[in-house]
Ligand binder design. Sequence first.
Ligand code: GRF
Length: 208
Amino acid sequence: MLTLGVLASGRGSNFQSIIDSINSGYIKANISALITDNPEASAIQRAKNNNIDTFIIRPKDFQNRDSYYSNIADMLTGRGVELVVLAGFMRVVGRPLIQAFKNRIMNIHPALLPSFPGLHGQKQAVDYGVKISGCTVHFVDEGVDTGPVIIQAAVPVHDDDTEESLSDKILKEEHKIFPLAIKLFSEGKIAVEGRKVIVKGRREELSL
Ligand code: GRF
């Protein structure tokens, strides 16, 4: 069974979708820890409701970024975590964590990368006027939303869409593709070749 470590900063709806997918048996994994940088995060209550150990680890308690991320890497390694899941973790992850978990950190981004990286991907899409946006699960490298793409889902953008309405539509897809990506990883079906991710298995299994 795959051991996950989750990092989240806020609402935690993606975290909840992963918890639900584990509880239903869709993903065969256990969540060893929730780490948050925000003591007010609703994700904390979601972890409590599911008896998941929670750690509030804040950058201000460390000398620098590297020591912050080394501490997190050591903790996750010490708990036997095999895959790190960024479920709305609102920070650019530092090198010590990325190096400790190379191609083993997944993030969900609310746009079709490489379009609209960084903050407010949904607003960027509305403002730009694209007709299709969506969400992306990718591995995390040292750039901002630049790592190898694992799965994407597309969402139409209508003329009357706002940042809020588009965010709602995209979030529904996030809650499908993030658990799916973790499930595929847990089944050994994800291989990284250069900057490409090869998903093994039949195409039909990937239909969303
Ligand atoms: C989501 O929009 C996700 O794509 C982005 O941060 C948001 C987190 O939402 N990375 P939640 O905390 O999972 O509800």
